[in-house]
Design a protein around this ligand. Structure first.
Ligand code: 5GP
Length: 186
């Protein structure tokens, strides 16, 4: 079991501070509120990594909205590489037919997970579906994805914190950081 100081010791570099994230989330919320003015949004987020982003973003949107949660697991990959094979562990709890959906994602890496999810959700006939991702690693993209809103473009490094894990740990860090290579081995 890791102790709190171990968590910080495992961080090689802080990429985005708590303040930078909060300012960006506020800005995204303002833009989304303006773009969807007069409409009613459904925010759909994907557990578990998007949980802090979803919780912060929804409180920065000033429109009437509903939320729903999905959980997926990718399989066939490794702990730091996605495979694009996606299994739905938890589906939406309400229909999205005819609704304006904002898919709230923590990070887009290869794009394979999102590509699958977008196809799946489009099959439920929403009026519109737009992606809002906090982090984007464009260097690693394997499939073209239309992204409506992006918080930060980041370099090709495995990041943790603000919801993102390595082996289910580090999600509660308030910043986004890069893990020390030694932390992968231990
Ligand atoms: P993709 O299918 O786009 O390659 O990967 C999407 C999912 O892989 C993300 O939702 C996230 O769960 C995980 N992922 C991708 N890059 C990272 C990363 O740098 N750090 C962490 N912790 N997870 C990542």
């Amino acid at each position: 079991m890791k102790h709190s100081q171990d968590l910080l010791d495992d961080v090689q570099e802080v990429l985005l501070t708590e303040e930078q994230i909060a300012a960006k989330v506020a800005e995204l919320g303002q833009r989304i509120s303006a773009d969807y003015a007069g409409r009613e949004l459904t925010l759909v987020s994907v557990l578990k990594g998007s949980l802090p982003f979803m919780a912060d973003l929804m409180r920065r949107i000033t429109l009437p909205l509903r939320i729903d949660l999905m959980e997926v697991s990718s399989y066939g990959g490794t702990s730091t590489e996605s495979s694009g094979l996606v299994r739905i562990l938890k589906d939406l709890s309400a229909p999205i037919e005819g609704r304006d959906v904002l898919l709230v994602e923590d990070i887009i890496d290869t794009g394979l997970t999102l590509n699958y999810l977008l196809r799946y959700l489009r099959g439920k006939n929403p009026h519109s579906i737009t992606v809002c991702a906090l982090l984007d690693k464009p260097a690693r993209r394997l499939v073209e994805i239309p992204i409506g809103y992006v918080g930060f473009e980041i370099p090709d490094a495995f990041v943790i914190g603000y919801g993102l894990d390595y082996g289910e740990v580090y999600r509660n860090l308030r910043f986004v950081g890069v893990l020390r290579p030694e932390a992968y081995e231990s």
